[in-house]
Design a protein around this ligand. Structure first.
Ligand code: ACO
Length: 208
């Protein structure tokens, strides 16, 4: 067992409904696959290059992904969350490459379905994850890399208090090519009140 895992976070209320984070389940397969196949063109341009999209996103493919995430979570390397809106799976949020010792850092990444986008779901999920990472998990720094063209995701990070640190050139193999990525970061002392209270104070979410 590692500090802060497993965990259920939220819910918080946004206009679209109740946003919460929970560990992935084996029985998420059908819901996960349905969204991933339906939203292929919307998701694929922002995700790491892989094999055939349809094959990688079948219900059967979820079993492998779920198993790998669970193993890495048990070793304390990853915090893999499913994002739910009114208890339905609408996306994933992952804190990866968790390093402890004197670094106490990890990266954060997320996606939400096209039909639930634009309603503050990702920003709310990020706020819940940030407070959990800087609280029970005991991290000090979170990093996020994002393509400069990904305006909605840049907005999510800026609304969540992340600070732009620079540009990683030809950083990641995304949608078939080496893409530049902006690097954003947040350390614990930058949000002493916590990300969720800041979100609520900004009028972007409410406690149920
Ligand atoms: N131009 C400008 N702003 C835009 C546009 C656009 N075309 N589209 C959306 N926005 C704004 C919205 O208005 C909103 O800002 P606001 O609150 O100031 O109005 C913001 O972008 C989006 O905020 P949320 O609603 O909290 O985010 P959402 O739930 O829509 O999720 C996400 C954003 C995760 C980027 C979603 O679009 C998605 O899943 N995209 C595909 C996958 C992806 O890109 N994932 C992120 C990769 S980078 C990373 O993980 C660090």
């Amino acid at each position: 067992r590692h500090p802060g895992w497993p965990a259920r976070l939220g819910p918080l209320l946004v206009t679209a409904g109740r946003v919460a984070l929970r560990p992935p389940r084996l029985r998420d397969a059908a819901a996960w696959s349905e969204v991933r196949l339906r939203d292929r063109d919307y998701l694929r341009r922002w995700e790491p290059t892989g094999g055939d999209w349809n094959q990688r996103n079948t219900s059967t493919a979820w079993f492998g992904q779920w198993g790998a995430l669970r193993r890495m979570a048990r070793r304390g390397h990853v915090l893999p969350f499913v994002i739910t809106l009114d208890d339905a799976l609408v996306g994933q949020l992952t804190v990866g490459n968790i390093i402890r010792g004197a670094l106490r850092s990890g990266w954060i990444g997320y996606w939400v379905s096209r039909s639930s986008a634009g309603a503050g779901v990702a920003t709310t999920a990020v706020a819940l994850a940030v407070d959990h990472c800087f609280g029970p998990v005991g991290l000090h720094r979170l990093e996020a890399t994002v393509r400069p063209e990904n305006t909605p995701s840049v907005r999510v990070l800026e609304k969540s208090g992340f600070r732009r640190e620079g540009l990683f050139e030809r950083y990641l193999d995304v949608a078939g090519a080496w893409r530049d990525h902006l690097v954003y970061a947040l350390t614990r002392e930058e949000i002493p009140e916590g990300a969720v209270p800041a979100l609520i104070r900004a009028g972007r979410a409410e406690r149920p």
